[in-house]
Design a protein around this ligand. Structure first.
Ligand code: 5AD
Ligand code: SF4
Length: 478
């Protein structure tokens, strides 16, 4: 097991470097602006908020577009090829900005930068990029930036420091109602299609007290919707030493225990979590959710495929039967429990008949919604070497079939909410309907209700009157 090393970012050296950059920025005629664009998953969004936290401390404001910025950072995603292509396209567009303003600093970070062939390509084809850093080097950003500002040289830090957790980085949160709290980093599962274990390193968990302190501080600051993050939250705690309780008892804090501790925090808030790996999802966890006050009645439980041979080739380490057993148990224990999932279509060697098993499973579980992907070959993963017989056209056809089935299943699920009254957290103005606010129920479904802006950030009871494909429409019940 990887030994965890916890680093406090508030070292005198770090504060010294931040101070030097703030001084440089303070002397400028106008406050310099930064622009951070984050691609991909919520873990990346959370990393982006830490990068913005550091930028704020270093005296940067935030620009609305790359054109206005003095410092541009792209926080990248490597999960599928099209995510990478999008980044390369956007980095290509920065060339003209750098030409117009040679003082512009450009940095690339995140999962893509943890792959050697990508870093080589950047060195060769995008020489105007100044800073490149990986997923575990956020805390070194001030030092790298100072080198660029003082010495005008390029800096690359893409080493994978497995087992390191950095605490106390400043965070510039994007909203004041919803917040992300990472509870663990990295992944040890090595699903054969997935690049994440290679680019985010080994699994490490934050200390329970650090997570509890952060959640408590958020609740005290008025946050109402807190999502705990990890590639596989169900394996939380595997790398932790037991905690010694007041009566000297040793307690191993795993995910169900952590959730229970968070649920005991006073206040009016909802806690969500993602992502759960079915192989580590236990009845204990389902029991904690069922008996909780604050934990949302929604489980994002990526199944990937509904066929045991494909699941085995994917190295998922559960069977369809075991998955369904968990789903049935959750349905029997948790009121109105909702499931969402990730599905991959066209894994190497998957046949049409095997794909049909996935459709069967989707109907059986009755997912509220799905994140669906066509398999994308990732260099260095095991699946990249597996023979693939289906053509791109076939896979696209299967994909369309999948969307059609889920549209029907999802709509039926949404219809089942009509007539019910549920507690909903109102979180913003609707962009499509004037006079309407949006919100989320415990199941994380998008809700639309006519209401005044002053209600944003409040929990209200909503009676659902109509289901549309992507949302529930309702009215506030006093
Ligand atoms: N191709 C397609 N989808 C992938 N995912 C991960 N790797 C790949 C890949 N190579 C999907 C999985 C995972 C989600 C985050 O992204 O469904 O659960
Ligand atoms: Fe990738 Fe599997 Fe880890 Fe999820 S659990 S990040 S799919 S390797």
């Amino acid at each position: 097991m990887t030994k965890t090393q916890i680093i406090d970012s508030n070292t005198p050296q770090m504060l010294g470097v931040i101070g030097k950059i703030s001084a440089i920025n303070y002397l400028k005629e106008k406050k310099p602006l930064s622009f951070v664009r984050t691609y991909g998953c919520q873990q990346n969004v959370s990393d982006g908020e830490k990068i913005k936290g550091l930028l704020e401390q270093m005296g940067y404001g935030f620009a609305k577009s790359t054109e206005e910025a003095d410092f541009i950072i792209f926080n990248t995603c490597a999960i599928r090829e099209n995510a990478e292509l999008k980044v390369f396209g956007n980095v290509g567009e920065l060339k003209k900005l750098k030409k117009k303003n040679p003082e512009l600093v450009i940095a690339l970070c995140g999962c893509m930068m943890q792959q050697e062939h990508i870093v080589e390509k950047i060195k060769k084809s995008y020489p105007y990029v100044d800073i490149v850093f990986g997923t575990q080097a956020i805390q070194t950003l001030p030092k790298m930036l100072l080198t660029v500002l003082e010495k005008h040289s390029k800096v690359f830090d893409t080493q994978l420091h497995s087992g390191v957790i950095v605490e106390n980085l400043p965070i510039h949160r994007d909203g004041d109602i919803k917040a992300w709290v990472p509870i663990m980093y990295g992944c040890d599962n090595f699903c054969t299609y997935c690049i994440v274990p290679y680019v985010r390193g080994r699994e490490v968990s934050r200390e329970p007290q650090a997570v509890l302190d952060e959640v408590k501080a958020l609740v005290d600051a008025g946050y109402k919707d807190i999502t705990l993050l990890g590639q596989n939250v169900n394996s939380y705690g595997k790398t932790l030493e037991p905690v010694v309780s007041e009566n000297g008892e040793k307690i191993q804090v795993r995910f169900p225990q952590l959730l229970k501790m968070i649920d005991e925090i006073d206040g009016d808030f909802v806690v969500r979590f993602m992502t759960s790996h079915p192989k580590d999802c236990t009845r204990d966890l389902i029991d904690v959710i069922a008996d909780s006050k604050h934990i949302s009645h929604h489980i994002h439980l990526p199944v990937q495929s509904g066929n045991n041979r494909v699941l085995d080739m994917m190295n998922r380490r559960y069977t369809v039967e075991k998955y369904l057993e968990l789903v049935e148990y959750a349905k029997s224990r948790i009121d109105d429990v909702a499931f969402t999932s990730d599905i991959i279509v066209g894994f190497p060697g998957e046949t049409y008949e095997e794909f049909l098993d996935t459709l069967k499973l989707i109907k059986k579980v009755g997912y509220d919604s799905l994140y669906t992907f066509i398999y994308s070959r990732r260099r260095g993963t095991k699946a990249a070497e597996m023979p693939d017989c289906a053509t791109d056209e076939e896979k696209s056809k299967w994909f369309r079939e999948l969307l059609k089935v889920q549209d029907e299943v999802g709509y039926e699920r949404y219809l089942s909410y009509v007539g019910k009254t549920q507690r909903v957290l109102l979180d913003g103005e609707s962009t499509s309907k004037e006079g309407y606010l949006t919100g989320r129920n415990s199941q994380n479904i998008l809700i639309e209700v006519p209401a005044d802006k002053s209600m944003i950030g409040k929990f209200v009871n909503v009676k659902f009157t109509k289901a549309v494909k992507w949302a529930l429409v309702g009215e506030i019940i006093k």
